[in-house]
Ligand binder design. Sequence first.
Ligand code: 6PG
Length: 474
Amino acid sequence: EQARIGVTGLAVMGRNLARNLARHGHPVAVHNRTSARTKALVEEFGDEGTFLPAETPEQFVASLERPRRLVVMVKAGAPTDAVIEEFAPLLEPGDMIVDGGNAHFADTRRREASLRERGVHFVGTGISGGEEGALNGPSIMPGGSPESYAALGPLLEDISAKVDGTPCCTHVGPDGAGHFVKMVHNGIEYSDMQLIAESYDLLRRAAGLAPAEIAEVFRTWNTGRLESYLIEITAEVLAHTDAATGGPFVDVVLDQAEQKGTGRWTVQTALDLGVPVGGIAEAVFARSVSGHADLREASRNLPGPARTGGGAGAGFADAVEKALYASKIVAYAQGFHEIQAGSAEYGWNIDPGAMATIWRDGCIIRARFLDRIRAAYEADPHTPTLLTDAHFAEAVGDAQDAWREVVVTATRLGIPAPGFATALAYYDSLRADRLPAALTQGQRDFFGAHTYRRVDRDGSFHTLWGGDRTEVGT
Ligand code: 6PG
C-alpha cells in the first residue's frame, strides 16, 4: 500500500497532523530524523488509521503515491533548509513539499523559486491552532502554485476546522502568500493578547477586582460580541489556582513575556511596506519591555501614581469591554491593511474576506468577530479600511466615549495601556481633518531642503529658509 501523504518531523505538531490525516482515512507515511519517535507514534496511535513508518528518507519517499505530497514539520530556519536539501534530490517533477512550520515568507519565496527550477512544488503553509488544532482541525493557509493546491487542497480542507461545513482552509496565493498571512495572523494574535492583558490589568488595578472575579467578567464577555478562543482561555487562566501557594496562578508566573518571532516579523515587514501597525508593534514592544528585568528594576522607584484605583466605579468593566472591542477592530484593520499591502507588493492577489473566513475556527484568533470581517469584505471587497465598514464604524462610534475614558483612567492612575492608547491614536489620526505632518514637512524643508507639497497647487516647493524666505517651485 502507498501513502497518500507523508509527514516528516514528528514533534507534537507533526505527530498530531499525521494523526489527523490518518483519522480522516488518508494513509500517511511518517518519518522522523530519530526513528524512536516514529515507532512511538505507530505504537501509541497506530489504531487510529493507516500509518506507514519509514526509517530512511528513501523509504519514506518510496512509500508515497505520485505525485508525492511530503509535509515537513520541523523548526523554521536552518532545520527546514536541511530537510529540504535532504529530500529534494529524491523527488521528481510534479512532487510537492509542504512546509507547515512558521517560516518567514521571504524564506518561503526563496525556497519556492529554487525548487520550482527542479520542477518540484513548494507549498509554504501556515497552520494555526496549536497542538489541539493540528489534531482536531486547524486553520490552514497554504501558499504555492494553483497546481499544487489542486492536488493538495482537498486533503488539507478535509482535515481543517469547519464552520457550517465551510473548511478553514483555502488557497491563499502564490509562493510566500500563505506564510505571509500566517505571520500577520500571529501579529494580530499578539495584539489581541496584549489588549486582553491590558483589560485584565485595568480591571484588577483600577477596579480592584480579584483574578477569579475578572475570570467571571471574561466569561460574560465571551457570551457576547467578544466571543473568542483567546477570551475563553483568558478566563481559564485567571480562574486557575496555583497548587503550591494556593493563590492565583497568574500571580506566581514571572511577568516577562517571551516570543518566537512571528509578531516581530509582522512589524518588521509592515515597516518595509510602509503600513502603520501600531497596535501590533506596541504588543511586540510590551513583551520586550516586560523582558527587560534590569531596566525595570532600575526604574522601579521613579515617581508616579500608585497604579491602583478608586477612580473606577460601577460600569468600568463595561467601559473596558468597549475599549477592548474598539481596539480589537483597530488591530484587525491594521493587520488586514498589511495583508492587502503585501498582496499588492508581491502580486499575490489575496482575497482578504477569504482570510477572515478561514480564521473563523481552528486558529488561535478564532472569534465570532471574524464573521463580521468576512461580511465587511463581502459588502465591499475594496474597502480601504475595516474601520469604515458600516458595522464597525457604528461599533467604534458607540464605544468611543468609554474607550477614551478607559485610556484617561489608565493614564491618570499610571497603569500602562499602550495597546488601547495606540489604537485610539490611530483612530483619531485617520479621522483627523489635518495632521501635524504639515509641520514635519516644514521642518524637513527647513533643515534639508526636502521640499513639500501645497494644499492649493500641484508640484513640489521649497522655501529659501536661509535667505529671504521666498518660495521656489522645484
Ligand atoms: C498558532 C500560533 C503558533 C505560535 C505561537 C507562539 O497560530 O497556532 O500562532 O503558531 O507558535 O503562538 O508564538 P510566540 O512564541 O511568538 O508567542
